[in-house]
Design a protein. Structure first.
Length: 100
């Protein structure tokens, strides 16, 4: 699995959790994080419980989640959380690659 395949796998994992739109084949990480940040922001405003469930399913550490929620500037929470979730999805994709 090359880096492009890894990114596609990571996005596909996030896509299922957040019901994200399809991406063009030439997407980059910045674009993926922006899309995830938008979804996270909407959930922060409307359905925090669902967002916390997604974070749990994605296996974002509770400590990291607390850090972001308590230490990020209010206007940065969605973006910081999206970055952390994206990194976790990439880790999971890498693990799948390694062990499949």
């Amino acid at each position: 699995m090359n880096n492009s395949d890894l990114l596609i796998t990571a996005y596909t994992l996030a896509q299922k959790q957040f019901e994200l739109p399809e991406l063009s084949p030439q997407f980059d990480e910045e674009q993926a994080v922006k899309i995830i940040a938008k979804a996270v922001g909407e959930l922060l405003d409307r359905d925090l419980e669902k967002l916390l469930q997604i974070c749990y399913r994605i296996d974002l550490s509770e400590q990291r989640l607390k850090e972001i929620l308590h230490e990020s500037a209010p206007d940065q929470v969605a973006e910081d959380l999206a970055k952390a979730l994206w990194e976790r999805q990439k880790q999971k994709a890498e693990i799948w690659k390694r062990y499949s």
